[in-house]
Design a protein around this ligand. Structure first.
Ligand code: NCD
Ligand code: ZN
Ligand code: ZN
Length: 348
């Protein structure tokens, strides 16, 4: 096979950041994806409908002319979020709300400290048909970082899913076999996104032969048996697992630091990375469902009617990209060769 024509994919988990960074991230994501679920972890976070609408307008200004791209907005849940916030957000077109346990990841200081306290908000979300997106890690300092996702499922996600059987829940960027098992065994309205880095890498790629800060993201890469469980999930063709890059840019000096930031910037090679992964696993026939169908179906949105074309052609991911502020950033998989390339000239 030397070309692949796919329904245009969507990215169900991306960080576009704000300000002049949008000049970089929006064209990179709109290059390939028609829609994207935009994460709300700005500083300060996107906690209400008005902030979401203003942020959406700033994103829209950065869409290159001639590109059709729809940013789908999310609300950042805090312990001060009210049921009225949910109703107002839903009425103004916000798609989902995001749960960050306080301190779990980049810009999550304003996140939720007491989950029980949010139960009325979850109730309202279920009524409004607003999805709950979850960064699924506990943050207790005595819990080992490699166990944080597993523990979150037991302590928080299982009870939420049991208490709110009509609430659509996406477990974002899953990293463990326990998450695959949990999502597989849950009802049809519980799904998960999977990133390219968690399919492609395991913790050896982070730590063997020297620390690789550009492979550091949260939840942190796990051992290879977990990577294999994620690979099996996408190979199975299950409709519960779909594309979410978690593309999350941080300037080079903030990654290569004595306290390096978490996040991999994959937007310029996102679909190519997934194509490489599915090809290596021998399941290229499963790529379209994962990248272009299952997410839209899960969100209850129409599938895209446009197409993209990938051609089999070697190319090398750039070592560095210059951001609008002049700072360099090292993209995920920098300097490495990929076998599939998006045909930018194709429109179908
Ligand atoms: C994300 C970021 O940088 O915003 N980082 C990451 O490692 N995934 C936050 C997140 O998705 O948890
Ligand atoms: Zn996260
Ligand atoms: Zn993320």
């Amino acid at each position: 096979m030397t070309e692949l024509i796919l329904t245009q994919p969507d990215d169900w988990h991306v960080h576009l950041r704000d300000g002049d960074m949008l000049q970089e991230t929006v064209p990179a994501t709109a290059r390939c994806f028609h829609r994207a679920i935009v994460m709300p972890n700005l500083v300060p976070p996107v906690t209400n409908a008005q902030l979401a609408a203003e942020y959406q307008a700033r994103i829209q200004e950065a869409i290159p002319s001639g590109k059709s791209f729809t940013p789908l907005m999310t609300l950042y849940l805090t312990n001060r979020t009210t049921t009225e916030d949910i109703v107002t957000a839903k009425n103004s077109g916000v798609t989902a709300a995001k749960l960050y346990p306080a301190g779990a990841t980049t810009n999550s200081d304003a996140g939720v400290a007491s989950l029980q306290q949010l139960y009325p908000v979850f109730e309202s979300m279920a009524e409004q048909n607003m999805l709950l997106l979850v960064h699924g890690e506990v943050t207790d300092c005595h819990i080992d970082i490699f166990d944080r996702e597993h523990k979150f499922i037991e302590q928080h996600l299982q009870p939420i899913v049991e208490t709110f059987p009509t609430l659509k829940v996406v477990m974002e960027h899953i990293t463990t076999k326990e998450a695959v098992q949990f999502v597989s065994g849950a009802s049809d309205i519980v799904g998960a996104t999977i990133t390219p880095q968690h399919l492609m890498l395991n913790r050896n790629d982070l730590l063997v032969g020297g620390i690789r800060p550009h492979n550091y993201c949260l939840p942190v890469l796990k051992r290879n048996t977990h990577q294999e469980a994620l690979q099996e999930a996408v190979c199975s063709g299950s409709r519960k697992f779909f594309l979410g890059t978690d593309s999350a840019p941080h300037e080079k000096h903030k990654k290569e630091s004595d306290c390096g930031c978490a996040g991999c910037y994959s937007a310029w090679s996102a679909i190519e990375l997934y194509a490489q992964i599915f090809d290596d696993l021998g399941v290229l026939d499963k790529l379209e469902g994962f990248a272009s169908h299952f997410g839209a179906d899960f969100y209850g949105l129409p599938r895209n009617t446009t197409k993209i074309r990938l051609i089999q052609e070697e190319w090398t991911v750039p070592e560095s990209i210059t951001l609008p502020n002049g700072e360099p950033i090292v993209p995920f998989h920098a300097g490495q060769v990929l076998q599939w390339k998006l045909d930018q000239a194709f429109s179908g």
